[in-house]
Design a protein around this ligand. Sequence first.
Ligand code: HEM
Length: 662
Amino acid sequence: MASIAAAGASLSNSCFSGPPGSAVEPRLQKATNVRLQSSLWGQNIVKCRRSSVSTAKCRRTTVAVIEKNSPDSSTSANGSVLSSEGTDEELASRIASGEFTVAAAKKKDKFANIRQALANGGPPGRFLSFALANYERRLKQESLKKLPEAKGDVRKIVGQPFFVPLFTLFRTYGGIFRLSFGPKSFVIVSDPTITKRILKDNAKSYSKGILAEILEFVMGTGLIPADGEIWRVRRRAIVPSLHKKFVTAMLSLFGDSTIRLCDKLDTAASNGDDVEMEGLFSRLTLDVIGKAVFNYDFDSLSNETGIVEAVYVTLREAEDRSVGIFPYWKIPILAAIDPRQRRVAKALKVVNDTLDSLIDKCKQIVEEEDDEFHEEYISERDPSILHFLLASGDEVTSKQLRDDLMTMLIAGHETSAAVLTWTFYLLSMNPSVTAKLQREVDAVLGDRAPTIDDMKKLQYTTNIINESMRLYPQPPVLIRRTMEDDMLGPYLVKEGEDLFISVWNLHRSPLLWENADAFQPERWDTYSAAEASQAFRYIPFGGGPRKCVGDVFATYEVVTALAMLARRFNFELAAGAPPVSMTTGATIHTTNGLHMTVTHRTRAPVIPVTDVPSLTTVDENGVIKSYSASDGSISVLGPSSSGCPASAVPQNFSASSTLEQS
Ligand code: HEM
């Protein structure tokens, strides 16, 4: 109890601040000092509320603005998709009208007039005024312990990605507040210090709560939903399987799978067909995770039926249940009569049967082989996680093993696909970032697939992925339930409360990030992702004991795909395609897909007809001369380094377009 109180006391001074150099991006510290000092809990809430109205208005940017935006402009660059236009404005005005109430704020100056009157009434009056002020102070301390509370109409949150209005409410109510819909309420956390307490320092007091209930039908007691002893035992068994040698071996899988995608894009580019990249990324990462986890080739880039279809039906259902308001699946009669539920049950059976047979087959192989098991064991014939687990002598039931495989299939599939999708979207809005990426990839890789040594060299490519996961975290919220009372900041949060940690809010908080909404991969040149993760202001893979087990695997996977695709193709948003907007699932999806035009980078550069080319020549003495066709002037640029005489190069061929041709 004492330690909880002490933690609460230290947290109450911090809110967004924290010690210098911890939670706040170093160069931000000075700029945000004033704001950071004013804690967002308690009495400052009123201030925040006022400012948030204008903030919300200023922030009216949507993904639908893509078409209006010029590439690389600061509003578009960021792919700033805080909300859909009308909704944000409406929410802001509802906040302004006081529909969302804060008990603490309301009580604030209840006695001010009486106190003033008493103070004018001579010494006895002044004494009474002093006593009243003390009473008021006590009241305020009491009210500080009560979480700021936002009450809302659930219909306002339905129909748009739910994490979007949470951002506006965060700017109003601060790093922790309660959001109530009728009898149901959630605690919303957007503060790094409180996040650290929940995910790391006091992780044992939190379970996966509703997430476990929702995912039970597909993941059973797999690692993501599991809690307590089951989680401890399974985590201890699974983490060693993703050892360094395994991840290194996976690089060739990432490369081979990306080549298959390249082949598909080659055809589209040659035919001039647009492609829907979100669907293709989903298939790429399904193929990768199937091979990596249980050595199964879905070959989903060319195969759409059977097991692949069953996997997608199951995944969609898991996503729909994650965001559904009404738990329709709990009604037994529906499972029997609802065609959709019957389809899901049938698909789940196909997937489960496939996994069971893969487990049986692998068991047989492991029994027959006499490889010696060691820490970095990897079977050349089958380097999968399943093979490692069985060879390790992991004493586990087939059902638990299936739950774990299914969990990894889902955890490692849509997440990586979503990261690639939003990365390509952001790049399409930022041609200068794309050009820099292509320069790095050309220099480091050329036309080969990356090796483990290349991973360190692909620094800018990795920065792009880090920045993409900051702006579009997958998933955008983490779900927890308190298993016992806990102090979060100055607030007592009771056992059984459902909490949403908004990764979206943490990653886009203007109090924590300079140009929070801007897509700036360069920010990671000087500030490492590891450092930011330690401060719990950047948690794309979660944090604490339940941090993602596949973080390195996934980073290498998406870096490989990005590097190889950017080397070979140019991508642009397809003309006339629907605007890109967000939809919530377990990860952030696009509403209508990411339609892109793909062209080979090796195509001849297009010379604009309006631009009259100049000509550069090297004469017989090796002197370079430039002739301007527009004004006829000639300038001598210096001796040729090659000494190659009498060549002519149109000036429009810049260094980069020369590279394109090579
Ligand atoms: C870019 C891709 C990925 C992202 C963004 C991501 C993100 C996350 C996050 C945020 C968590 C923490 C969830 C929480 O605390 O509630 C998590 C957990 C997990 N992830 Fe990933 N993940 C990715 C790829 C993968 C891959 C490839 C695998 C498997 C090879 C994987 C397996 C898992 C598992 C098993 C857990 C649960 C760990 C536990 O509870 O002990 N993830 N992931």
